[in-house]
Write a new protein. Structure first.
Length: 654
């Protein structure tokens, strides 16, 4: 896609500003924030009542004139800047172009605090570190093939350790850039409001405004609670209870597209033979006759109905993989043309084709109610005909929307595709899973992390697992489904041999697999594909141990936290340490530990060969669940022993 921004106009006329205002729900939390403008340096300063600098920014152009109450400045040849005083808890910055062709923008200097939020990233840290994201549309992306892009789940929400939060309403298309050094000494995030030229079907706002809602309360936790209440919906229910408790077993990472009836039945037999529980068996990619058909290939699955009947007799629930695409060779493609169910090209006469990872096809018009009904009814028919229990929904990201298309209704923000897709598939019930999200927090479904790589690092490997689940929780998505234990096993040496890295498999290394399943055991759900007995008896025994821990110890805590997430704004299931100690720097910097609810602290090993680690306990009184000792918080436990089959955990007792 063409992500080019008309930067020659941006640098001529864009406004750069950073800002914060105050507000609170009680006298205890109320703060007044100073907004100062220095004419000599042409800089906006945002300060606390004690004159501590919180944010700063510089307009690219010289100020022409400003008036007070509210502060309004007219920037030469370009835009009107209006700063509204706080009403309640938050203030607002508005940038409004004064003529067509003007692009307005803001750069935020993030160096005065630690920052969190935004989106899934391929290089995920908590807080932001070592980030290089060049100018790009701020839209949902398939995270795997795009190294320097935002990911599958995004929101226009960012939060700072100094208690400042920024939320940008979805009233204009948004471009974005983010650069942060490893130390955080340099950190800048920029936004511009501009029509997305590569997405012709979205509404062309001639000169879109840019609005920032900015809040400042007494600390990061109070700000997060308030902004979550103000800007995010609470879930209206919970996903399927068994999916929380027992593992999902997917065919994807182990078999990739090389699946058939015999392999699925053998896979189920092995799971049962080795004594593992299960919530469902998931039949993934390339089971159907063509992409877009909701059936089973008669060549690979000669008796699919009987296969599913056998699986049910063995105690398995069965789900299958679904996308919004239909390739051109499918019957569904032709049926959708007749019904007008696909996104159309710019002239509105034929489907707008998209190249996705398994070919070329059409994509569902999720704004067309008749198209959504047709899609959902076909899936319901498949459930009835084959005995399927539910579905794993893949894709749905805005980047798969064809560059030339026409919606049945035009929208300003391209992320509407993701929002409408999740809303559509939510009709299939609480056993589904999706892998994308934007403004869809209210739906009681599991949101799967983007595909993880079978490696150790923050570069979409094991070390990114905790930052990812914390980020998704901060953005209002508590029902996080971790990716498969060990990652996807993509074989990146395959192209040299003429293969596809996404359809050929490399078994994850043994130690990585063990440490991965140990982390996953303490997350809201578990998901296997590579099986423990592909390694040895010790790995199988460790896996059984942690499945049992997840089912008997973790799941009750998760379900309790899930109920809180549905009633308390800003309360995810998996929480950062700073939610117990919001002004403690060690808690604010922690990215290798997490809380299950507010009760259990988990400190796994995330590095190769490590058998000792330092563990930080935030404020409170803690019981070491290994040593059965009581430890006071705000304490470092140095060189704590962590053998290969162990995860240190601590229960908060006060």
């Amino acid at each position: 896609m063409d992500y080019e921004v008309p930067l020659y106009r941006f640098f001529l006329i864009a406004i750069v500003l950073s800002f914060a205002l105050s507000g609170a729900s009680s006298d205890f939390n109320r703060m007044h924030v100073k907004l100062e403008y220095d004419k000599n340096s042409n800089t906006v300063y945002v300060k606390s009542p004690e004159s501590k600098l919180l944010l700063s920014g510089r307009p690219f152009e010289t100020r022409v004139d400003c008036i007070e109450s509210p502060l309004t400045c007219i920037m030469r040849f370009s835009a009107v800047l209006e700063v509204s005083e706080a009403s309640g808890e938050c203030g607002k910055i508005s940038l409004r172009p004064v003529k067509p062709g003007v692009i307005v923008g803001i750069c935020l200097d993030l160096s005065k605090g630690l920052w969190y939020g935004g989106s899934e990233l391929q290089y995920q840290r908590w807080p932001f570190k070592n980030i290089t994201l060049p100018w790009q549309p701020y839209v949902t992306n398939d995270i795997v093939p795009l190294n320097q892009s935002v990911g599958n789940v995004i929101e226009r929400y960012w939060l700072s350790s100094n208690g400042v939060g920024v939320f940008i309403p979805a009233t204009s298309p948004l471009y974005f850039k983010h650069m942060t050094s490893e130390s955080g000494s340099f950190s800048e995030m920029c936004f511009i409001a501009a029509s997305m030229r590569h997405m012709s079907g979205f509404m062309k706002t001639v000169a879109p405004d840019l609005v920032l809602n900015v809040c400042k309360m007494v600390n990061i936790l109070e700000t997060h609670r308030h902004m979550s209440k103000e800007y995010f919906d609470l879930p209206i229910g919970q996903p399927d209870a068994l999916m929380f408790k027992s593992p999902i077993w997917s065919t994807w990472a182990k078999f990739k597209v090389d699946i058939n009836q015999d392999k699925v039945l053998q896979y189920a037999d092995e799971i049962s033979k080795h004594g593992f529980s299960h919530s469902q068996l998931e039949i993934d990619d390339m089971f159907s006759s063509f992409y877009g058909e909701f059936d089973f290939s008669p060549h690979k699955f000669p008796d699919a109905k009987n296969m599913i009947r056998e699986l049910k007799m063995k105690g398995f629930r069965v789900t299958v993989w679904v996308t919004p695409f239909a390739n051109v060779e499918s019957l569904a493609f032709r049926e959708g043309i007749v019904g007008g169910y696909w996104l159309k090209d710019s002239d509105g006469r034929v489907p707008a084709l998209v190249r996705w990872w398994q070919g070329v096809g059409a994509i569902l018009d999720v704004e067309n109610a008749l198209a959504v009904d047709w899609f959902v009814n076909r899936l319901e028919k498949m459930k009835s005909e084959y005995g399927i229990d539910s579905f794993k929904f893949d894709a749905g990201e805005t980047t798969y929307v064809p560059s030339s298309h026409q919606y049945s209704i035009q929208w300003v923000d391209p992320n509407v595709y993701t929002s409408k897709y999740v809303a559509a598939v939510n009709r299939l019930g609480p056993m589904i899973e999706v892998r994308c999200g934007f403004r869809t927090q209210r739906f009681p479904v599991f949101v799967r992390m983007g595909d993880k790589e079978s490696r150790w690092g923050f570069d979409n490997g094991l070390r990114s697992l905790i930052p990812t689940v914390l980020t998704m929780g901060l953005l209002g998505y508590p029902f996080v489904l971790p990716d498969m234990v060990g990652g996807n096993g993509y074989n990146y040496e395959a192209p040299a041999a003429g293969g596809n890295p996404f359809t050929t498999t490399r078994l994850p290394e043994r130690e990585l697999y063990i440490r991965w399943l140990e982390v996953t055991a303490y997350l809201p759900a578990m998901q296997f594909s590579f099986v423990p007995w592909q390694y040895d008896e010790e790995v199988t025994a460790i896996a059984k141990k942690y499945v049992r821990i997840h089912e008997e110890i973790v799941t009750p805590m998760v379900l309790r936290a899930a109920r809180e997430a549905a009633t308390e704004p800003g309360a995810p299931i998996i929480r950062p340490l700073w939610m117990l100690d919001p002004e403690d720097i060690d808690s604010l910097e922690s990215e290798t530990d997490f809380l299950v609810g507010d009760t259990l602290l988990v400190a796994p090993v995330l590095e190769h060969g490590v058998r000792k680690r330092d563990i930080y306990l935030p404020r409170g009184t803690w019981e070491d669940m290994t040593k059965l000792e009581t430890v006071l918080g705000r304490t470092w436990l140095r060189n704590y022993d962590v053998p290969i089959d162990h995860v240190p955990t601590f229960r908060r007792i006060l």
